[in-house]
Design a protein around this ligand. Structure first.
Ligand code: ATP
Length: 233
């Protein structure tokens, strides 16, 4: 079976995430898409966010109507460890390479793993922990957002995997679509998903008391209201 893995902060999970999962599912014939909220996203450690438990609960709600979308607790907080002087140890960042390797250990030989990602996140991939090894670990499905081209994907690769400038120059005018196989990395490119929504815009919408049903599933909108999330942020 082809299996997709969608990691994120999901603060909150929204229609953009679901559109990404659906488009990837169709494109690469995914039999399952695993949604993995990060307890500590490495690139957002200084940012305040809703607790892991709220973010996970919203992922459960958002995926409940789709049989093939599965919420995962793989990056859940570890049990609190007390350090020597009674201080609580800082939780460790969740690195995607560790999660991908953990998931792979549970797969059958005939399964193939695909990591789903938006181009805005992929643009920073070279800074991710063990980026080169990660790109070799599984296929990537990269979704475009308005304004991005194939050159942005090629230039985002870690330096040693990046094609020469003479190769990528014509990419600047090419839409993000098709399949790119570079130095062992396999990238499936999805054109614009047209779900112009981000978690940031949703948190802002809550703070300014706007309706959320345009951006999130009704059950998630209800949960945000019930639990009083994102007010005053
Ligand atoms: P924030 O605004 O807080 O940064 P986000 O929704 O952009 O939130 P995440 O929840 O971490 O960020 O996103 C998880 C993954 O989903 C990332 O790979 C991101 O690029 C992708 N993604 C987020 N929004 C969209 C969208 N509207 N269309 C396609 N992909 C998206």
């Amino acid at each position: 079976m082809n299996i997709g893995l969608l990691g994120g902060t999901f603060d909150p999970v929204h229609r953009g995430h679901l559109a990404l999962a659906r488009a990837a599912q169709q494109r690469c014939n995914l039999g399952r898409v695993i949604f993995i909220p990060a307890n500590v996203p490495p690139h957002k450690q200084k940012q305040s966010m809703a607790s892991y438990f709220h973010r996970y609960a919203m992922v459960v709600l958002a995926t409940s109507n789709e049989k093939q979308f599965v919420p995962s607790l793989l990056e859940a907080p570890e049990e609190t460890i007390q350090s020597g002087k009674g201080k609580t140890a800082e939780p460790r960042a969740n690195y995607t390479i560790d999660t991908v390797r953990q998931v792979k250990q549970t797969l059958k030989k005939s399964d193939q793993l695909f990591f789903l990602i938006g181009i805005d996140a992929f643009a920073d991939i070279a800074k991710w922990h063990q980026a080169e090894a990660l790109l070799k670990e599984c296929d990537f499905i990269v979704a475009s957002r308005p304004g991005y081209s194939l050159a942005d994907v090629a230039n985002a690769l870690p330096e040693r995997m990046r094609p020469r400038a003479s190769v990528t120059k014509p990419f600047a005018k090419q839409a993000l679509t098709g399949h790119l196989a570079i130095s062992g990395a396999s990238l499936h490119l999805l054109e614009n998903l047209h779900e112009n929504v981000s978690a940031t815009s949703i948190r802002q919408a809550v703070a300014s008391k706007k309706a959320l049903t345009r951006y999130v599933e009704p059950s998630v909108a209800e949960y945000i209201k019930k639990m009083d999330l994102y007010r005053g942020r």
